[in-house]
Design a protein around this ligand. Structure first.
Ligand code: ZN
Length: 287
């Protein structure tokens, strides 16, 4: 397990963490002030400044991308399936232009929430099949582009609206189903917030192996959690044994970025420099 206590070379900032404090350009500048060498930007933040300008800003700052957030939302009714397909191919292209290491996939829940305007459905089994079909189809395009796809299992409280893939086992079963020969370009993004509670977590990390471990996201689980989406904790403030999870991931040989990703009303209220210096400090003591 790497010693992260001395420097923050392996810290990446998911830009949603400070999305309320400024534009992507502001965030890139703040990362430079704090010696942060990688980010994982969101598509809406890139779109707000324009893809070309975002590409230039990332390149000029010498930043790496530990991922690009996000593709997915494959679940849709027939009228919205083409939209899902086109949108995901654009996400792959943007990730490639930005030099991301992978495109993170939040796969979608029920169609009416994942692709608004879709006819209401309660058929979760159909959603599972649409996700598998959607990833399989996108994988051909992503492989041709040279962009790995990282399925991010989300906590089951998001099964209806964001992702009906909710455990590492389920994500890895999907990888096996879509890529049985392990030809590559498909894996998972492990976010401790979503999977820390899973009694199978450590067995599934072992099963995952290095080649399918494409990204590692950290924050903390607050007790009580007061908002389903926007009450993630700063590392060390909650109940997740983050070092134990990181040790298991790094035992695979993982030596990539540790990406800090908070959606938090309390941290969005604070100055960007305070948030980033806290991320750096907590990486050294609580991750
Ligand atoms: Zn994440």
């Amino acid at each position: 397990m790497r010693d992260l206590s001395r420097d923050h070379r392996w810290l990446s900032l998911n830009t949603a963490t400070v999305r309320k404090q400024g534009s992507l350009i502001d965030i890139v500048e703040a990362c430079a002030r704090h010696g942060i060498r990688a980010i994982d930007p969101w598509r809406d933040q890139v779109a707000a400044v324009g893809l070309d300008r975002a590409v230039r800003a990332v390149r000029d700052a010498g930043l790496e991308l530990s991922g690009y957030c996000r593709g997915g939302m494959f679940t849709a009714d027939a009228a919205h399936r083409q939209e899902a397909r086109d949108d995901n191919r654009r996400a792959v292209d943007e990730a490639k232009a930005l030099g991301a290491s992978c495109l993170v996939l939040v796969v979608g829940g029920l169609p009416q929430y994942s692709r608004p305007g879709s006819a209401p459905s309660k058929n979760l089994a159909l959603a599972h099949d649409q996700v598998a079909d959607g990833i399989a189809e996108l994988l051909d395009y992503a492989r041709a582009t040279g962009m790995p796809l990282a399925i991010e299992p989300l906590h089951p409280m998001f099964a209806a609206d964001r992702a009906c893939v909710n455990t590492m086992r389920q994500a890895l079963d999907l990888c096996d189903r879509i890529d049985p020969q392990r030809q590559g370009g498909l894996g998972v993004a492990l976010d401790v917030y979503h999977v820390w509670w899973d009694f199978e977590l450590f067995a599934q990390i072992e099963r995952c192996g290095l080649e399918r471990m494409l990204a590692f996201h950290v924050c903390d689980w607050m007790v009580p959690t007061t908002d389903m989406l926007n009450d993630r904790g700063m590392m060390g403030d909650g109940v997740i044994d983050i070092p134990r999870v990181r040790a298991a991931v790094e035992a695979l040989g993982y030596d990539g970025y540790v990406e800090v990703e908070l959606f938090s009303n309390r941290w969005w209220d604070r100055p960007i420099d305070e948030v980033l210096s806290t991320c750096v400090a907590r990486l050294k003591t609580a991750v």
